[in-house]
Design a protein around this ligand. Structure first.
Ligand code: GLN
Length: 548
C-alpha cells in the first residue's frame, strides 16, 4: 500500500504549490522511491477543458486524453513520467459521479449529503492510484486556499484520512506566505498562524510548514512559526524566491523537506539523492554560451500561464543548446502587413501559438508570411500550423479566399476543415481529438532529421485538420506533409523543404518536453535560431563595414 503526502495552501493563492509538490516528488524519485502526484481542484467544471486560458492558464493534456490542470505539466516535466485522467479530479467530477450513482439508485432510501457521500467519493479518488501497487508515495496537491468555502469537502476528506490511515502513512504539508514588511524591516508570521489555525479548526494538523518568503528565515522566526503552528523547528521549511523554478528541488533538498517527510512516513531504506542529470541541466541553464530571441505570436500573451508548456519547452531546449532563449511576446492582433517587418525584424525564430476562434488570425497569417519569405526559422503549433497552411494556400497557391471553416464556415476553399468524426458533435467538454496518437514520418524530411525515427507519438487537442483534398496541390507547390496518422491519413506535420527551418505540427509537442527529455522539435528550432542569429551578426557586420 502506498503512503500519502497532502499539500495544502494558505494565506494566498499562487504560492507555487505545484512546484513545491513537484520538487518534493523529484527528490523522492531521486532516492529511488516510486512516486506520483495528483491534483484535486475545487471548481465545479468537470475538467478545465472548457475554461478560457485567461481564467485558468493552459489546459494540459495527458496521454490518455484528459484535459487537466497545468500543474500536471510541471509534474511530468519534473518527474519525466506520464500522468493520466486519474491524476486530476475536480469538484465537478466528484459531484457528477455521486449524482450519476444517485440516479442509478446506488443510495436508494438514503439522503445524499456532502458528508459522507461527497467526502467518500473524494477519499476513494485520493486513494485510487495508490491501490495500483505501482507507487510507494502519492503526493496530493489540493487546489485553492484553506478557508475557501469550496475547498472544505477536500480538507474534510484529508481530515478523515489523517484519522483513518496509520499515522505513519500520512504527511500534511501546509504551504504558506511569510510577508516581508519593508517599513518595519520584518518578516511577519501572523498570516501563517491564522492560516494554520483555520486548518486546525477544520480538523487537519499539518506536519510540515513550507514558508514562501523573499527574505531568509532567521532561527528565531523558525522557532516562532514552530511554536505557534505545532510543528518541530526542523519541519519549518524556507522556500525562498528562486531565479528559476528548476532550482526549487535543490533548495528543498538543502532544507531537507524530503527527509522530514520520509521520517514521518517511516521510510528508512533509501539511497542518497541522485540528481546528477538535473544539476547538469541547471548548470547549462545558468551558464548559456549564446542567446536567441524567439517571437511568440499569440492572443493570450498577457497571461503567461496560457502558454506554460511552450515556455517551459523553450527552457529545456535552450539548456540543451547552451543558449539563453529570450521570448518576445507579440500580440497577434497587433500585427499588420505594414508593421510586420518592424515587429518581427529582430527575431531569430518565430513560433505561432495554438488557439481557438478568429481573433488575431490575420496577424498570425501575416507573421507566417514574413517568416516564410525572410527564411526566419518558423514553428507552428496546432492553430499555428493551420495558419501556415492558409498562408501558403493564399499566397502561393493563389487561393485568395482560403480559410479554416472554424473561422469562416462558408469559405469556398476550406483548406482546414472540421474532422469527419467531429461533424455531429455538439457537446463541448472532452469532445476534441484528445491525447496521444501515432504519426508516421516520411524519409528525407526535416521531421525525420528532428525525430530520428519513422514512427512517433504525440498528444493532440483540436477539432480541425488539414483538408486532404488539397494535399496534392500543396505538395506540387512545395509544402509537403512529412508526417501523417498511419491509420486515418490525417496530416500531422507540414514543412517547406526550400526553407532552412519551417515546420508546422497539428499536435502539441510542448506537452511532452521534460528536463531530462527536451522535446526534439524545440531543440532543433533553437539550433536553427542560433544559426540564423549568427548569420545575422555577420550580415550586420558586412553592412556596417559598407557604411564605413
Ligand atoms: N482551433 C483549432 C482546432 O480546433 C486549433 C486548436 C489548437 O490550437 N489547440 O483545430
Amino acid at each position: 500500500m502506498a503512503k500519502y503526502i497532502f499539500v495544502t495552501g494558505g494565506v494566498t493563492s499562487s504560492l507555487g504549490k505545484g512546484i513545491i509538490a513537484a520538487s518534493l516528488a523529484k527528490l523522492l524519485q531521486a532516492r529511488g522511491i516510486r512516486v506520483t502526484i495528483q491534483k484535486f481542484d475545487p471548481y465545479i467544471n468537470v475538467d478545465p477543458g472548457t475554461l478560457n486560458p485567461y481564467e485558468h492558464g493552459e489546459c494540459f493534456v495527458t496521454e490518455d486524453g484528459a484535459e487537466t490542470d497545468l500543474d500536471l505539466g510541471h509534474y511530468e516535466r519534473y518527474l519525466n513520467i506520464f500522468t493520466s485522467q486519474a491524476n486530476n479530479v475536480t469538484t465537478g467530477r466528484i459531484y457528477q459521479t455521486v449524482i450519476n450513482k444517485e440516479r442509478e439508485g446506488a443510495y436508494l432510501g438514503k439522503t445524499v449529503q456532502v458528508v459522507p457521500h461527497i467526502t467518500d467519493e473524494i477519499k476513494r479518488r485520493m486513494l485510487l492510484i495508490g491501490q495500483r501497487n505501482e507507487y510507494d508515495v502519492i503526493i496530493t496537491e489540493l487546489g485553492g486556499t484553506v478557508g475557501d468555502i469550496e475547498s472544505l469537502p477536500f480538507i474534510e476528506a484529508v481530515r478523515q484520512l489523517q484519522w483513518e490511515l496509520p499515522e505513519e502513512d500520512v504527511v500534511v504539508i501546509h504551504l504558506t506566505l511569510i510577508p516581508y514588511l519593508k517599513a518595519a524591516k520584518e518578516l511577519k508570521t501572523k498570516p501563517t498562524q491564522h492560516s494554520v489555525r483555520m486548518l486546525s479548526q477544520e480538523g487537519v494538523t499539518p506536519d510540515v510548514i513550507v514558508c514562501r518568503t523573499e527574505e531568509p528565515l532567521s532561527p528565531e522566526i523558525r522557532k516562532k512559526i514552530a511554536l505557534f503552528c505545532n510543528v518541530k523547528v526542523e519541519a519549518v521549511i524556507e522556500a525562498a524566491d528562486a531565479s528559476t523554478i528548476y532550482e526549487v528541488p535543490v533548495t528543498m533538498m538543502k532544507e531537507k523537506l524530503d527527509l522530514i517527510c520520509l521520517k514521518k512516513l517511516n521510510i528508512t531504506n533509501y539511497p542518497d539523492a541522485e540528481l546528477t542529470k538535473w544539476k547538469e541541466f541547471l548548470d547549462k541553464l545558468r551558464h548559456p554560451k549564446s542567446k536567441v530571441t524567439i517571437g511568440l505570436i499569440g492572443k493570450y500573451i498577457e497571461l503567461q500561464d496560457a502558454y506554460k508548456s511552450i515556455l517551459e519547452s523553450f527552457v529545456h531546449a535552450g539548456a540543451m543548446n547552451e543558449c539563453k532563449v529570450q521570448i518576445l511576446n507579440v500580440h497577434s492582433e497587433s500585427i499588420t502587413p505594414d508593421n510586420v517587418g518592424e515587429k518581427l525584424g529582430n527575431l531569430d525564430g518565430l513560433l505561432v501559438a495554438p488557439g481557438f476562434g478568429h481573433r488575431g488570425i490575420e496577424g498570425k497569417i501575416t507573421a507566417v508570411k514574413y517568416a516564410r519569405e525572410n527564411k526566419l526559422p518558423f514553428f507552428g503549433i496546432c492553430l499555428g500550423m493551420q495558419m501556415a497552411v492558409i498562408e501558403f494556400a493564399r499566397n502561393i497557391l493563389g487561393l485568395s479566399k482560403a480559410h479554416s471553416t472554424e473561422m469562416q464556415a462558408d469559405t469556398p476553399t476550406p483548406v482546414i476543415d472540421l474532422m469527419e468524426h467531429q461533424k455531429k458533435i455538439t457537446v463541448k467538454g472532452g469532445t476534441m481529438r484528445l491525447g496521444a496518437y501515432p504519426c508516421a514520418i516520411e524519409n528525407d524530411t526535416l521531421a525525420k532529421t528532428i525525430y530520428g525515427k519513422s514512427l512517433i507519438s504525440e498528444r493532440h487537442r483540436h477539432r480541425y485538420e488539414f483538408n486532404n483534398e488539397y494535399l496534392s496541390q500543396f505538395e506540387e507547390a512545395g509544402m509537403i506533409a512529412s508526417g501523417k496518422n498511419p491509420e486515418s491519413g490525417l496530416v500531422e506535420i507540414i514543412e517547406l523543404p526550400n526553407h532552412p527551418f519551417f515546420i508546422g505540427v497539428q499536435y502539441h509537442p510542448e506537452l511532452k518536453s521534460s528536463v531530462e527529455n527536451p522535446q526534439p522539435i524545440f531543440v532543433h528550432f533553437i539550433k536553427a535560431a542560433k544559426e540564423f542569429a549568427s548569420k545575422r551578426v555577420s550580415r550586420n557586420a558586412v553592412l556596417e563595414r559598407e557604411m564605413i
